[in-house]
Design a protein around this ligand. Structure first.
Ligand code: GRG
Length: 296
């Protein structure tokens, strides 16, 4: 990433950290263990990809971070709950996340489930409060909730779990369903919430949704590749789990070399879509390239 994009990225991350700090400042969550376990996962080490995408898209459209700040908080809370639950023994069973012990390794499984539940419920509470701002916020909140639930991330996770160990019975269609729902739809939410809030032209909404979808596929393919050739110290989570658990990953289906070529194609598609937009999209282009080249 060039220096300007790096600085822009830092500004967005810092803005999000402030939104998060304000959230915990105004609320006193009891009991202490619930507050601690929510904060443990929400405050520690995430890349903040989804809030960064939301802020960058809002600014690209001529809007302000503050316009979407609370919806970015809701989306990151949903993302965080999904990571806590994904790490549980009943799901991906990972002891590490972001280079630290997973939530359930610190607080126990019961508290980890509840921290995830509380984050999800808080996210919906925030979305509902945002709906008071009017029709476009209602539509944006609806999009976040839909893409996270039975027509999005939860459906993708259910399929992922279902096909684990059954890779012979499933193929490209099932793998694409998993990636689209589990990973891409949350990214689609991040980049379409601002266009929905500003009630922008439908063609722009469609182009940004397509950008988010392709970026989601790029993100997941690089995730699958890092599970093979990544470094635990940079990635902060266990390597080699997809193969060990016979997951229906893109690497399992296509092999690592083809995945590298597919990742290049998804990156180029994203860049092409950004070029079609009538906005200055240098930062989103730099971010796309950094997702392709990421090591963490
Ligand atoms: C439990 C309903 C439910 C869903 C879990 C998030 C998820 C779905 C599974 C995690 C496994 C995985 C590889 C998901 C897809 C990619 C992804 C969401 C990776 C983690 O996102 P990052 O890298 O996380 O943005 P950070 O740590 O930076 O916040």
């Amino acid at each position: 990433m060039d220096t300007f994009s790096k600085q822009t990225m830092e500004t967005y991350v810092a803005s999000f950290e402030q939104v998060l700090a304000d959230y915990f400042e105004t609320l006193r969550i009891r009991p202490e263990i619930l507050s601690k376990s929510m904060r443990y996962s929400l405050e520690n080490g995430g890349k903040r990809l989804r809030p960064v995408l939301m802020f960058a898209t809002a600014q690209m459209l001529g809007g302000k971070i503050v316009d979407v700040a609370r919806l970015a908080l809701a989306l990151e809370m949903i993302h965080t709950y999904s990571l806590i639950h994904d790490d549980l023994p009943a799901m991906d069973n990972d002891d590490y996340r972001r280079g630290k012990l997973s939530n359930h390794k610190v607080f126990g499984e019961g508290q980890a489930i509840l921290a995830g539940d509380a984050l999800l419920n808080e996210a919906y509470s925030i979305c509902l409060a945002e709906c008071r701002k009017g029709r476009t916020y209602l539509a944006a909140a609806e999009q976040i909730c839909r893409n996270a639930g039975a027509f999005g991330m939860v459906a993708g996770q259910a399929a992922d779990l279902f096909y684990q160990g059954m890779t012979e019975q499933a193929g490209k269609t099932e793998a694409e369903f998993i990636v689209l729902n589990k990973t891409a739809k949350m990214i689609v939410s991040a980049v379409t919430v601002p266009v929905i809030v500003y009630d922008t032209d439908e063609n722009i909404v469609a182009l940004l949704a397509e950008f988010g979808k392709n970026l989601g596929f790029l993100f997941q393919i690089t995730d699958d590749m890092l599970d093979v050739n990544g470094d635990f110290n940079k990635l902060g989570k266990t390597i080699g789990k997809d193969a060990a658990e016979d997951k229906l990953s893109f690497v399992r289906l296509h092999g690592i070399d083809s995945c590298a070529q597919m990742a290049d194609r998804y990156r180029d598609l994203c860049l092409q879509i950004l070029n079609e937009l009538p906005f200055e999209s240098t930062f989103l282009a730099a971010l796309t390239v950094s997702v392709r080249n990421r090591e963490a």
